[in-house]
Design a protein. Structure first.
Length: 560
């Protein structure tokens, strides 16, 4: 059950009965030790009513004490209402269930977003782990979820690569406009060469306008379907994506589709023509744009550029066309898990979609940067971006120093990275500290994995016990039961707010609560009814912790 929601209904009913404003009836998890929930509304309500807040709080509390599912209500401070739930309510609900939404939605989660010719780097880490966690959370709530990686495979970088290769190896058949035969099966360069060629080409284009003109021309010809360029593009894409998928699969991310910007190339052309005919798009200095500014904007919102003056499509055009393409899925919402620094871009695209009367809700789930010890975006010693592959290798290698088991080291190393990312509010950046992430104490992935392994080992030692009635006899049992029944509220909050850290924080709190319970409550050797109750509590704790970690993409090992 969703214990928080249930207590909320009790408090709301009291407010309604007393004809008090319901905006003051909000219930939250208690911040005071020894209590389960609290309601702080009496202070604001007192001001509204012109009465002392303590009198208002006592009036509300008196009604709450009449409810059989409330064990105790204590007023503290200037009117804080502190609630303890009745043991009987907990005892009758000590089982694991997931409450799904009444009206499931069809949601597409767009995350990952790698670019062809670029290895995945530390910047892709957050998109992959947050996106994967969100799709699991949304599915757990009962939504129908589709995932797509939206590969960056059709922009200027492709023209830069093609033109660079043509300068280096002009004799290749890809550059012969009269060639009519089959193109070679093998790629003309290796993945390592491709990854070196891109930064060199990008730098050359930045420093030399003539070189940039070549890249733009190649991009335009690729997008117009020049056969040799398309064949070469396919080789680049295959080399790059095959390697990127190794990192993606290692992180446990799953995609239903691996579509890219190229998959909407023809739609971009059609869309540009249609929006021009409908006077939605207009020419401005040779570029085709959609004005998206509003009269009440407090800051300038530039127009969405669909087509540059040289005829090449932009990211804005492919993003808008992709939204149109995705209408075949009959979606209620599209969620984009992309760096917060892209917020203005998505604001432009979403406004353009609204102008085009696209009904799907569009949501940008932004996130902050992964930073180094200095608080600046994480870089290598030479100032280059840290590759994701190296990051994962380092985590596993460092875990291997403590763990002499390759499979276990892999599980622990990846859990350390994932939890280190997911337990922070996604809108905040965080400092990447592998030593801290790999600790077995404190708020870390390995700590939670160890907690799961420990609970599993405890359960394996417990004897079979005949079912009796569940009876909570200590405060430690009560607190653990309340913590277990807090899962539904954490899941609901994580899915509504699109914040995986809600699950991460909950899982850590549950593990701590179990530790207090097990330290203070003997299990073996107790009377059958006590043994049965405590075994049920331990089983429930493991089920909830295992599910919570699954939602974060973290495995509980068999042993540690």
């Amino acid at each position: 059950m969703n214990l928080l929601n249930y207590i909320q209904t009790i408090v709301t009913a009291v407010f309604e009965d007393l004809q008090y404003d319901l905006k003051f009836a909000r219930v939250t998890k208690s911040q005071r030790e020894g209590f389960d929930f609290q309601c702080n509304g009496a202070m604001g309500l007192g001001k509204t009513l012109g009465k002392p807040s303590l009198d208002v709080a006592e009036h509300i509390s008196g009604r709450l004490r009449l409810n059989q599912d409330v064990s105790s209500v204590v007023v503290s401070g200037n009117g804080f209402i502190n609630i303890i739930v009745a043991d009987s309510l907990l005892e009758s609900n000590l089982h694991f269930e997931v409450e799904t939404v009444a009206e499931p939605k069809r949601i597409l989660v767009d995350f990952g977003g790698p670019n062809v010719a670029k290895p995945l780097h530390v910047g892709h880490l957050r998109s992959l782990v947050i996106g994967e966690s969100l799709q699991r959370i949304l599915k757990e709530r009962g939504h129908f979820v589709i995932t797509d990686i939206h590969l960056g495979d059709w922009g200027l970088q492709m023209g830069q690569l093609i033109s660079q290769l043509q300068l280096d190896q002009p004799e290749l058949v890809y550059f012969n406009p009269t060639y009519v035969g089959a193109y070679p099966e093998d790629a003309p360069i290796t993945l390592a060469q491709l990854e070196l060629m891109y930064p060199a080409a990008a730098l050359a284009c930045k420093e030399d306008p003539a070189r940039m003109d070549l890249a733009r021309q190649a991009t335009a010809e690729l997008q117009q379907g020049r056969k040799g360029y398309v064949a070469l593009w396919k080789k680049f894409k295959e080399l790059s994506l095959d390697d990127q998928m190794l990192d993606i699969k290692r992180l446990g991310a799953h995609f239903d589709h691996l579509l890219g910007e190229s998959d909407v190339n023809q739609l971009v052309i059609y869309l540009a023509e249609q929006l021009t005919d409908e006077h939605v798009a207009e020419l401005n200095d040779g570029a085709l744009i959609i004005p998206v500014a509003k009269p009440d904007d407090r800051k300038e919102v530039p127009p969405l550029i669909l087509q540059k003056s040289d005829g090449a499509a932009t990211y804005g055009a492919t993003d808008l066309a992709t939204i149109v393409q995705r209408q075949v899925y009959n979606l209620d919402e599209i969620i984009y898990v992309v760096d917060e620094r892209q917020a203005q871009h998505f604001e432009q695209v979403f406004r353009a979609a609204a102008i085009c009367e696209i009904p799907t809700k569009l949501t940008h789930v932004g996130f902050g940067t992964v930073n180094g010890p200095d608080g600046k975006p994480f870089k290598t010693r030479d100032g280059s971006t840290v590759k994701l592959k190296q990051l994962l290798e380092d985590a596993v290698a460092q875990a291997s120093i403590k763990i002499n088991d390759p499979i276990l080291a892999e599980q622990v190393g990846l859990a350390a990275i994932k939890f280190g990312d997911l337990h922070t509010n996604r809108l905040s950046g965080y400092n990447f500290d592998l030593d801290k992430f790999l600790e077995f104490e404190g708020k870390t992935g390995p700590y939670l994995q160890y907690a799961g392994v420990r609970i599993k080992a405890i359960l394996a030692k417990l004897p079979t016990v005949e079912a009796t009635h569940i009876s909570l006899t200590t405060g430690y049992e009560h607190d653990l039961a309340v913590s277990c029944l807090g899962f539904a509220a954490a899941l609901e909050a994580a899915s509504e707010e699109l914040m995986p850290n809600r699950i991460a924080e909950y899982a850590f709190g549950l593990a701590q609560q179990f530790s207090r319970f097990y330290t203070n409550c003997q299990v073996l050797g107790e009377a059958p009814d006590i043994l049965y109750t405590r075994k049920c509590l331990i089983e429930l704790t493991f089920s909830v912790l295992e599910k919570s970690l699954y939602l974060l993409g973290i495995e509980i090992p068999n042993q540690m």
